[in-house]
Every structure is written in structure tokens, then in C-alpha cells.
Design a protein around this ligand. Sequence first.
Ligand SMILES: N[C@@H](CCC(=O)N[C@@H](CS)C(=O)NCC(=O)O)C(=O)O
Length: 188
Amino acid sequence: MSDFDLYHWSVPFRGQFIRGILAYAEASWTEYDSCEIGELMGRHPSGQPVPFMVPPVLVDNANGFSIAQTPAIALYLGEKLDLLPPSLEMRAQSVKVVNDANDVLDEITLDGGRQMWTGEKWSEFMPRLRRWMEIWEATGHAGGLTPWLAQVLIARTGAATAPGIMIAAVALCVLPILAAMRDVSEGG
Ligand SMILES: N[C@@H](CCC(=O)N[C@@H](CS)C(=O)NCC(=O)O)C(=O)O
């Protein structure tokens, strides 16, 4: 038997957040098709594993505990699989990130596909999407995320200064080439 059962549609919506957490923690889980999900949704709330409106729903097979609502599932898995940071502040940040992700998903799918995008609506949404991307970028930087190549260099060399040294070395090699190049611009 898998560690968990996950009820979510086979589309990369909220279930993807939960799949990501499970995969990161190397937990095993079983998913169910839309008929089985529909059957669960159609039950009276008192007969559901946890009273819920829509998926995702997670069942912990170790203790039979079931939970719905993405932020609650993420919190449960974070605690259970020991993925959350130790301080209260960082734990609150973690829950905030899940709620941000949930909000972006609602906005970018126009509330789960309840409306269709038009060119006009998309243009109106652009500044908001840009703002969301800035929020993610700032969150990543604040959490210590660095570009991929810099991470690889630091991991391989063990030196936090390695990316800076590499950039300086590349600049030193490229500068003489640039300086020696003939100016071929008009009038040059
Ligand atoms: N607040 C819920 C929202 C769940 C939700 O909107 N689920 C979507 C899929 S990602 C769904 O199944 N929607 C179908 C519906 O609203 O009828 C959560 O965060 O888990």
C-alpha cells in the first residue's frame, strides 16, 4: 500500500503542488480516476473521508487521516514529512507561499476555467502577472535561491565566491577580444 492516497484530477492544477511535495519527500502515493473522484464528491459530507467540496483530498494510509484544502494538505505533509523550517516565522512564510500559489492558480485559470480568456482580459491581467512574478522572484531571493549555474559552482567547489570568480574570469577573457574588435558601425 502507498504512503498516501491523493484524489485530484489528472490536470496540473492544485494537485501538482501536492504531487511536488510528495515527490520531493520521496513518499509513495496512489491516484484515482475522475469516476472515483466523482463518486467521492457525490457522497453526503458525513460519508466522505473528510467533508469537502472539491479536490484535492489526501488520505494518510499510515493513520487513516484525511484532509482537504491545498494549504491544509501542504501544512500536514510539511509537518509529517519534516519539510518545514524550524522557526515560526519561516513556517508562516511557507503557508503564505502555498496560499500565494493557490491565488495565482485561481487568477491564471480564471477561477478554474469558469471563464475563457480573451485578448483584452489577458492584456489587463499582464501587469498583475508581472507583479506576481516579481513577488516569486523576491521570495526566492529572500529564501536564498541563486541562479542554477551559481548553485552548481558553489556545490562543486564549496566556495560561495566561485560564481563571482567565474564571472570575473570570463570578463577578463572577453574584454581584450572586445577591445581589439574593429568598429564597423556606420561612420566608424
Ligand atoms: N480552496 C480549494 C479549492 C480547490 C479547487 O478549486 N479545486 C479545483 C481543482 S484545482 C476543482 O476541483 N474545481 C472544481 C469545482 O470548483 O467544481 C483548495 O485550495 O484546495
